[in-house]
Design a protein around this ligand. Structure first.
Ligand SMILES: NC(=O)c1ccc[n+]([C@@H]2O[C@H](COP(=O)([O-])OP(=O)(O)OC[C@H]3O[C@@H](n4cnc5c(N)ncnc54)[C@H](OP(=O)(O)O)[C@@H]3O)[C@@H](O)[C@H]2O)c1
Length: 276
C-alpha cells in the first residue's frame, strides 16, 4: 500500500492521501491521530481553529516517527490575518503542535471583506523564508482571490484547499490552478456526510464492482484525478478503511459516472460571503 507523493511548485513533496481532523474532539485527537499514524498515514491536516493541534502534536511525539517522514499542515485563522497578528498565530501553532516547522501553512479563508489576504500571504512568504513552514498556500480562495495573490506577491501558492466532492466538483477552480502550478486539495471529500453520496448509484455500483466500500470509491475518485485528499474519521475502522484504497482502480467509465454527479452543491460556506 503506497501513497503517491505529489511534487509542489516549490519542489517539496506531499503525500496525496492524508488524515483530516476538523471536528475531531480535542480530547479524542491524540487517539485518532495515533490510529491514523498506525494505519500508515503520514500527512495530517489540522488548523488553529480546530483547537486540536495539541492532540496532533502529542500523537506525533508518541509515534516515534521521524519528523522528516511526516507532512503536517495547519492554517491561519481569519481573525489573525494581517501583518500585526500572523506571526503570533504561526508561532502559537508551532508551539501547540510541539514542532519547529510545519510542512504547509495556509490562509484558512480569504475573507475578502477584510481585504488583508494579500498582505497576509506576504507574511507567509516571510515565514517560509525563515523556515517556520516549508511551503505556503491558501484555502477557500476563488479565482479573483488567487489572481490577486499571483499579481501582487512573489510566490505561487503551493495549494488551494477547497470544498470538493462529487456533487461539488470545482472543475473551473481546478482548471485555473493546474497550469499555474497550484495543486488542489479537497476538503469535505466525502461531502461531510451531509448528503447521500454513498447511496448514489454511480458510487454504489463501483463499490459493488470492486468489492470495496462507497467511501473507498469516492477517495479513489479524488486520487485518480490528482487531487490531494484527507478524509476525516473518528472511527478507527474507518480510518484504516479510508487508507486502504490502493488495491483497486476505477475505470474511466466509473470516474465519468461519478463526475456526472456534479450539481454545484456546496455543503459548506461560500468563501465570497463567509464572515466567521
Ligand atoms: N479548509 C477548510 O476550510 C476546511 C473545511 C472543512 C474541512 N477541512 C479539512 O478537510 C478534512 C476532511 O473534511 P471533513 O472532515 O470536513 O469531511 P469529510 O472527510 O468529507 O467527512 C467526514 C465525515 O464522514 C464520515 N466518514 C469518514 N469515513 C467514513 C467511511 N469510511 N464510511 C462512512 N462514513 C465515513 C465521518 O464520520 P466519523 O468521524 O463518525 O467516522 C464524518 O462524519 C477535515 O478534517 C479538515 O482537515 C478544511
Amino acid at each position: 500500500m503506497t501513497v503517491p507523493n505529489l511534487t509542489l511548485n516549490d519542489g517539496h513533496t506531499i503525500p496525496q492521501l492524508g488524515f483530516g481532523v476538523f471536528k475531531v474532539d480535542p480530547a479524542e485527537t491524540e487517539r485518532a491521530v495515533s490510529a491514523a499514524l498506525e494505519a500508515g498515514y503520514r500527512h495530517i491536516d489540522t488548523a488553529a481553529v480546530y483547537r486540536n493541534e495539541a492532540g496532533v502534536g502529542r500523537a506525533i511525539a508518541a509515534s516515534g516517527i521521524p519528523r522528516d517522514e511526516l507532512f503536517i499542515t495547519t492554517k491561519l485563522w481569519n481573525s489573525e490575518q494581517g501583518a500585526a497578528t500572523s506571526r503570533g498565530a504561526i508561532e502559537t501553532s508551532l508551539e501547540t503542535l510541539g514542532l519547529d516547522y510545519v510542512n504547509l501553512y495556509l490562509i484558512h479563508w480569504p475573507r475578502p471583506d477584510l481585504d488583508r489576504y494579500v498582505e497576509t500571504f506576504q507574511q507567509l512568504e516571510q515565514f517560509k523564508a525563515e523556515g517556520l513552514t516549508r511551503s505556503i498556500g491558501v484555502s477557500n480562495f476563488h479565482q479573483p482571490h488567487l489572481e490577486r495573490i499571483l499579481a501582487e506577491t512573489d510566490t505561487v501558492p503551493a495549494v488551494n484547499q477547497i470544498e470538493l466532492h462529487p456533487a461539488f466538483a470545482q472543475r473551473a477552480l481546478r482548471e485555473f490552478g493546474e497550469p499555474r502550478g497550484i495543486l488542489t486539495e479537497a476538503w469535505g471529500p466525502l461531502g461531510q456526510g451531509k448528503y447521500d453520496l454513498f447511496g448514489e448509484k454511480a458510487v454504489a455500483d463501483a463499490a459493488a464492482a470492486h468489492g470495496v466500500t462507497p467511501a473507498q470509491v469516492v477517495i479513489r475518485w479524488h486520487l485518480q484525478q490528482g487531487i490531494i485528499v484527507f478524509p476525516k474519521s473518528s472511527t478507527p475502522a474507518r480510518i484504516a478503511e479510508n487508507f486502504d484504497v490502493f488495491g483497486f482502480e476505477l475505470t474511466a467509465d466509473e470516474v465519468a459516472a461519478i463526475d456526472a454527479l456534479d450539481r454545484g452543491q456546496r455543503v459548506g460556506a461560500d468563501p465570497d460571503t463567509a464572515i466567521f
